[in-house]
Design a binder for this molecule. Structure first.
Ligand SMILES: Cc1cc2nc3c(=O)[nH]c(=O)nc-3n(C[C@H](O)[C@H](O)[C@H](O)COP(=O)(O)O)c2cc1C
Length: 221
């Protein structure tokens, strides 16, 4: 099996969490069947669009991995998708929709859209792997990156076995739809204390020399 993988994040490949998730998925696919090959294009690099479009036409096994941006599909990916020619109904198309916040419920709107997309492009829908809680991937050292993305290795195997994510194992991977009340309280206190310190530290390491609540302009009336 040869899989065309498209990274739909607008973030450059080096810093893209989706890219690290894709690497783990590929590892899982290769563990399941060393004969599986892949080719990867990143939408963040417009210079790859022509090759990605040509690969879309040529391939029958397509996996698009994307981050949730403002509760929805990144605009840059939509722009790319709008340039694709429709196919003839034999191509399998699956998705990975991943996000920063952890509850699966907030990804359901994007999932609904992705369910409609293969039909519009003359492809067959083969499921969407949904998972939140991925904010930190690009911020942590390499060994921790490996730990965080390890569950995606297993999902790579699931993808290879089912030729997509239309199966119970993939559906379960989404985790809780909503956190229960005690968990919400715990998270609120973590964000108000430890989280705040970490956000400040990260901002400083990126060269930010103003407080995170800095408001240089007066609020408009
Ligand atoms: C502009 C922007 C909007 C985002 N909107 C959401 C959102 O609505 N919900 C969410 O859970 N995460 C949101 N995130 C977080 C990303 O989905 C998350 O960090 C993801 O892992 C980024 O993947 P990438 O590095 O491949 O782009 C947003 C991130 C950015 C930069």
């Amino acid at each position: 099996m040869h899989v065309l993988i498209i990274n739909g994040s607008p973030r450059v490949q080096k810093y893209s969490n989706t890219d690290k998730i894709i690497s783990a998925l590929k590892e899982g696919m290769e563990q399941y069947d060393p004969g599986i090959t892949t080719e990867l294009y990143s939408i963040s690099d417009r210079k790859q669009w022509d090759d990605a479009r040509e690969a879309f036409v040529r391939n029958d096994e397509i996996l698009i991995a994307l981050p949730l941006f403002v509760e929805c599909i990144p605009g840059l990916l939509l722009e790319f998708l709008s340039t694709l020619p429709p196919k003839d109904g034999h191509t399998r198309m699956s998705f990975v929709l991943q996000s920063g916040f952890a509850e699966a419920s907030q990804l359901r709107c994007g999932e609904k859209y992705l369910k409609t997309l293969p039909g519009r492009l003359g492809c067959i829908y083969k499921g969407t792997l949904i998972k939140g809680d991925n904010f930190s991937i690009r911020l942590v050292p390499d060994d921790m990156k490996k730990k965080i993305t390890a569950p995606y290795v297993q999902m790579g195997k699931v993808y290879a076995e089912h030729k997509g994510f239309d199966c119970e194992e993939a559906r379960k991977f989404a985790g809780p739809e909503y956190f229960n009340a005690p968990m919400r309280l715990i998270l609120r206190s973590i964000f108000a204390t430890f989280g705040r310190i970490m956000f400040r530290k990260t901002a400083r390491s990126w060269g930010c020399d103003k407080p995170l609540n800095y408001r240089p302009y007066p609020a408009s009336r």
